[in-house]
Design a protein around this ligand. Structure first.
Ligand code: PHE
Length: 449
């Protein structure tokens, strides 16, 4: 076996992991799911799940990955030889496969909008006209498919080049740029007339309106946005030197991601209310709102282009991690096989994603379980497969791995206290499984008979 690559620095690891986390989940999905679920109460439940479930689970994946130092499937085989636990790794591969198939559709939408800036189509419209224009654009089957393909192509090329030269380098530049551009957007949005209503929508919880769907969405969103439960974090941490502080790294990633979520909420909702748009618009929300805000800024189209470029990279760095986990399992650390598998799997994902890409156009009337292909894929990933993977990982770490070894692994390079470790351990052992099962059963209506 050829020797495995490693991250060059801890910062490189954090930014790459944050690169996987920060993506469409924080920027595109959070605003629309929060919008559909009434805002404030959803946001608070989301924060609760982030710290009580997603953060401990991220540390759990880090502990598995660094203990084993191998890909998503081999890690489980090494830690629990002769058992079927490696199924968790396979589940992760299936989940990221489906995930990338619709994620790339949104990636394509971003490219479309970049193109429109350069053709000048976006200048001087009213907010409803932006929404119409967007609707018309994503209806076009050939455009949707070819741009989805370009997005996947770029993912294939970077992943084919391996961790250090591709993924780590790109993340280091793009993440800081994202924060700066977002700040400009937030300043414009919160100073619009009527912005206060949008802030109240996001920050004033009305728990009486909370539905079980909102609770499931909030849990799914906390896993989705932190790339939890699909072995991505296991894969990335397997490239770590033994000295990296795992708890601190996890906390940094969660905080950075939360910051982006707050920035994106603060840039979207004040504008939605100020322009009288509908917060419940669904997946198209961001694309309807952003052009209106930017068109009201001096040099608006310039900033919009910059924003879309950075947004695009945020989406790409997440997409890398999805393909990476599959490719790393198949190529088993052989650098020369990476390229081949990146191409094979990438093309398969594109083909699988065709119905999702057409969901907003020619296939918009076709539904399965009452959902379009796009929504179904998203629902299966966010609300079923990711919680399931998370549940299994929590159980594996806290019931199957040796407690003292876990403590040593997390303690290495950090000042972890015994008490904090115990809290983490019992969360994984009892709280996480019980919570996840309750929330998932609730959706099936099990508690409402
Ligand atoms: N966290 C990514 C985002 O928010 C999505 C993702 C999920 C990436 C799972 C990899 C694995 O966009």
């Amino acid at each position: 076996m050829s020797q495995r690559e490693q991250f060059r620095t801890r910062l490189g690891f954090i930014l790459t992991t944050a690169g996987s986390a920060i993506g469409l989940g924080a920027i595109w999905k959070f605003p629309y799911v929060a919008g559909q679920n009434g805002g404030g109460a959803f946001f608070f439940i989301f924060i609760f799940f982030t710290f009580v479930l997603a953060l401990p689970l991220m540390m759990a994946e880090f502990a598995i990955g660094r203990t084993a130092g191998a890909d998503a499937v081999t890690s489980f085989k090494k830690i629990a030889p002769g058992t079927k636990w490696y199924g968790i790794g396979i589940l992760g591969m299936v989940t990221t496969f489906i995930l990338l198939s619709f994620y790339s559709v949104i990636g394509g939408w971003i490219i479309t909008y970049l193109g429109k800036i350069f053709t000048g189509e976006l200048i001087g419209l009213q907010s409803e006209e932006y929404a119409l224009l967007f609707q018309k654009t994503i209806e076009n089957p050939w455009l949707s498919l070819s741009l989805q393909f370009i997005f996947i192509l770029m993912t294939i090329i970077v992943v084919g080049h391996g961790i250090q030269n591709g993924i780590e380098r790109a993340s280091k530049i793009m993440m800081p740029a994202l924060a700066i551009l977002f700040l400009i957007l937030v300043i414009r949005s919160v100073t619009l007339d009527g912005a206060v209503k949008g802030m109240a929508f996001l920050f004033q919880p009305d728990f009486s309106k909370l539905t079980s769907k909102a609770v499931l969405d909030a849990m799914g969103q906390s896993f989705f946005t932190l790339s939890i439960g699909v072995s991505v974090m296991i894969t990335y941490s397997s490239y770590l030197p033994k000295t990296t502080n795992l708890p601190r790294s996890a906390l940094s990633v969660v905080s950075m991601n939360l910051l982006v979520i707050i920035l994106s909420g603060l840039s979207i909702f004040p504008a939605v209310f100020s322009f009288g748009l509908d917060p419940d618009a669904g997946p198209v929300l961001l694309f309807n709102v952003l052009p209106t805000i930017f068109s009201q800024l001096p040099f608006g189209m310039f900033f919009f282009a910059a924003f879309l470029i950075v947004f695009f990279f945020a989406a790409l760095t997440s997409a890398f991690s999805m393909l990476e986990i599959i490719v790393s399992v198949l190529s088993k650390g052989h650098l020369d096989k990476r390229k081949k598998y990146a191409w094979m799997i990438g093309i398969a994902i594109f083909i699988f994603g065709i119905p999702s890409a057409l969901s907003y156009g020619v296939l918009s009337d076709v539904t399965v379980f009452g959902k379009s292909f796009f929504d179904l894929a998203d629902y299966a990933v966010s609300n079923v497969l990711m919680p399931l993977g998370s549940l299994l990982i929590a159980i594996f770490v806290s019931w199957k791995m040796e407690k003292s070894l876990l403590f040593d692994e997390l303690k290495r390079g950090s000042k972890l206290k015994r008490g904090a470790f115990q809290a983490w351990y019992y969360i994984l052992r009892y709280v996480a499984p019980v919570l996840i099962v309750i929330v998932m059963l609730d959706v099936l209506g099990v508690w409402r008979r």
